[in-house]
Ligand binder design. Structure first.
Ligand code: SF4
Length: 418
């Protein structure tokens, strides 16, 4: 009997019902078996015939009952050119990666591995969730990688159709009346084995591509209404000038429930010098149209843009929550960072731009947060781009935690809904 087999046997025999108990048992048995490396919880899970329900890793992501699945569209340049701070895109410094990303983020690495195919990306994410013992039944589908409504309409339809079909097919293949069939799942995904093996990934992808077949958006939408894994939130990203009636009608047809709008600043001059390709008036009109269409609106706001000041950045928070023209349901807060291959980096090298530091960004956002009402969800603070690929600006990855520590010292209580 191997170490793993022995461990699984004892977990069952001793009816161990918590992760700490499993880890304690693993450490005790290791004294006898002396393995070179201790097996991870995922390996323990894969070695059991049935899913050991209580072994869950990283449950934070699915704690709300809804699992986020972020998928990316193929790299495409934005029609207006590039915003001066924006990295990535086709033929970029980082290679052929989605616009606004570097290829180093977990979602973009998954997209690259799955050749930007929505069906493969969703299947892969569902496989990962299952390996964490968190197979979801409700999904928040997040479409990333630039301005989605700018892509050809056929591509948009087909991309969403494939994402929904993956949820539907995964449900059909691995759920039965008794729940999730872990053995079938392991058989299909050739587990236990090296989950990073290129050959295994390729074999799985080939099997999946054969299953993809031809179907329609309407068919998959209708199947998804009654399947085990349902898409309950669909989030897309756009910019204010690509958010007119025709774009919104298309988004509604796809089933969008939330739209992320790159507002960034309420200063037309700064929008112009950063080449945003839209005005404040576009931001106001887009917001109005989204609200009239019952779509949730999330603003992206950027601090420390060229020629902005601390006062202006703080005032932007105040203005968007006091002026009826704005009032978004959610916010993503991004201090401006200098990224390689961007026009802003060229300005930085010439000494024409200096980004705000981690401390300055925290000061601005802590002040700005005072104006954020309880109804607004702060979905993210800082980009998910690893700081190892940035040139200058906020230089820590746990920026939100860093801010919370400062707030604690200053006696400020955070009221944010995440
Ligand atoms: S619109 Fe968005 S994705 Fe396009 S260049 Fe600007 S920041 Fe990047």
């Amino acid at each position: 009997m191997t170490f793993l087999q022995h461990l699984v046997k004892e977990i069952k025999e001793k009816k161990i019902e918590d992760v700490d108990g499993v880890l304690k048992l693993r450490d005790n048995l290791a004294k006898t078996y002396k393995p070179k490396k201790l097996p991870s919880l995922i390996q323990v899970l894969l070695s059991s015939n049935k899913s050991i329900k209580f072994i869950q890793t990283k449950p934070v992501r699915t704690m709300s009952g809804v699992a986020p699945i972020a998928i990316m569209t193929y790299p495409r340049a934005c029609d207006h050119g590039t915003c001066t701070f924006c990295p990535g895109g086709p033929n970029s410094y980082f290679g052929d990666v989605p616009k606004s990303y570097t290829g180093n983020e977990p979602a973009s690495m998954r997209a690259l591995r799955n050749k930007f195919d929505a069906y493969l990306q969703v299947f892969n994410r569902l496989e990962q969730y299952t390996l964490l013992n968190q197979t979801p039944e409700k999904v928040e589908l997040i479409i990333m990688g630039g301005t989605f409504p700018s892509y050809p309409e056929d591509y948009q339809d087909s991309f969403i159709k494939d994402a929904l079909k993956a949820m539907n097919d995964f449900s059909l293949m691995f759920f039965n009346q008794d729940g999730f069939d872990f053995d079938l799942f392991k058989k299909f995904f050739e587990l236990p084995s090296d989950i990073h093996s290129k050959e295994r990934i390729e074999r799985i992808q080939n099997k999946l591509l054969k299953l993809k077949g031809s179907t329609s958006l309407e068919e998959e939408q209708s199947r998804n209404e009654n399947t085990r894994i349902r898409c309950v939130v669909m989030n897309i990203e756009t910019k204010p000038d690509i958010c007119k009636e025709n774009h919104i009608n298309q988004l509604l047809k796809l089933g969008t429930t939330r739209v992320e709008l790159g507002i960034q600043t309420l200063n037309d001059h700064i929008l112009k010098i950063t080449n945003r390709g839209h005005t404040i008036d576009d931001s106001i009109k887009a917001t109005q149209l989204l609200k009239d269409s019952f779509l949730k609106t999330c603003y992206h706001m950027m601090q420390g843009l060229p020629e902005s000041t601390k006062e202006e950045d703080i005032n932007n928070f105040k203005e968007i929550f006091s002026n009826q023209n704005y009032k978004p349901d959610a916010l993503k807060i991004y201090p401006c960072m200098v990224m390689p291959g961007t026009p802003l980096y060229e300005q930085y090298k010439k000494g024409l731009f200096k980004p705000i530091t981690t401390e300055e960004a925290a000061d601005i956002i802590i002040e700005g947060k005072k104006f954020i009402p309880k109804y607004c969800r702060v979905m993210r603070v800082q980009r998910d781009i690893p700081t190892k690929v940035t040139i200058d600006g906020v230089d820590i990855t746990n920026f939100r935690q860093y801010m919370h520590e400062i707030m604690k010292d200053r006696g400020i209580k955070c009221k944010c809904i995440r």
